[in-house]
Design a protein around this ligand. Structure first.
Ligand code: C2E
Ligand code: MG
Ligand code: MG
Ligand code: MG
Length: 292
């Protein structure tokens, strides 16, 4: 009996595995047409200068308007795109789209200084096509130096040599570089000094602990101090409460991003036309309920 039960369970398991494999093949096929059919979107989240409260730019976050499954988040399809290699083509689309938006802004907004940050993944950083993608649609004039590329810390540690040379090349082209999710990976603060970067983004897990965990405050203060020494900008990610915002200002953080300051939006005007921080009522999130 026990044996039969075990067999049934393993068959069930096989079936489930198979169903998942079919599902992922289906998604991969879908993803291959997503670019061609124009199903990809960029949502924009504002980044705020903490000294004057103004929007300095946005981070572009990828979404997929799937014809059957609705709006998909990066976690739903970026890992698959990485495995299949489709991320290279998708990444090219992201960069083209960001350049198009920048060109439009710089042509229509007076005295524009806004920037767009795009995320690139391991596969793209290792691939020379990233540089081609940036160069092929780079506008002339000021819009052409308003792009930032975000690379996760983890990635820069794993393959520092290849990664660094791509970053150097990007910076030669007038593209600025930010290290994303800093503090989450294994590299030490000292490692930050070796990176060819213009900005560091403090991982939101440390921001979440501000005002609650002394250690997190110490880590954030350390990153800010090191960044100031290096002459690079600091952006705090995942700011959700005004306590966190106040702590960041107190620690001398340059800029911040998070649901408190503005959610990612499909309508870029929502983001660009945001009034300065002081003249806004910020949406305080509900206090989280502790379930015991
Ligand atoms: P990331 O680059 O660290 O982007 C920030 C993520 O945090 C975004 O999730 C954003 O919506 C979310 N976020 C912003 N503010 C808050 C907050 O206050 N609280 C919390 N809990 N989350 C906040 P999203 O859009 O789901 O993106 C997830 C990750 O997917 C990104 O992390 C990035 O690594 C990757 N990704 C996004 N777009 C692209 C892309 O075009 N290409 C590649 N290769 N990866 C991308
Ligand atoms: Mg990012
Ligand atoms: Mg991040
Ligand atoms: Mg992240």
């Amino acid at each position: 009996r026990a044996k039969e039960g075990g067999k049934a369970r393993s068959e069930l398991f096989d079936e489930r595995m198979q169903a998942q494999a079919v599902d992922s093949l289906q998604t991969e096929d879908d993803l291959a047409v997503a670019v061609a059919q124009g199903q990809l979107r960029l949502h924009y989240q504002p980044i705020i200068d903490l000294r004057d409260g103004h929007v300095t730019g946005v981070e572009a976050l990828l979404r997929w308007e799937h014809p059957r499954r609705g709006l998909l988040q990066p976690a739903d399809f970026v890992p698959l795109a990485e495995r299949s290699g489709l991320i290279v083509e998708i990444g090219k689309w992201v960069i083209d789209e960001a350049w198009r938006t920048l060109e439009h802004w710089y042509a229509t907004i007076e005295d524009c200084h806004l920037t767009i940050a795009v995320n690139v993944s391991r596969r793209q950083l290792a691939n020379a096509e990233l540089l081609d993608a940036v160069a092929s649609s780079q506008p002339t004039g000021p819009a052409g130096s308003a792009l930032l590329v975000e690379v996760s810390e983890e990635l820069l540690v794993a393959d520092a040599n290849a990664g660094f040379s791509t970053l150097h090349a990007l910076r030669m082209m007038g593209v600025r570089v930010a290290v994303d999710d800093f503090g989450a990976g294994v590299s030490s603060l000292a490692h930050l000094q070796t990176m060819p970067i213009d900005h560091v983004k403090v991982d939101r897990h440390f921001v979440a602990g501000l005002g609650r965990h002394r250690q997190d405050e110490a880590v954030v203060a350390g990153i800010i101090g090191m960044a100031k020494n290096m002459g690079v900008g600091v952006v705090a990610e995942g700011v959700e409460s005004s306590d966190q915002l106040e702590a960041l200002k107190r620690l001398g953080c340059d800029s911040a991003q998070g649901f408190l300051l503005g959610r990612p939006s499909a309508d870029v005007r929502d983001v660009v036309d945001l009034p300065a921080l002081e003249s806004r009522t910020l949406p305080e999130p509900p206090r989280s309920v502790v379930v015991r």
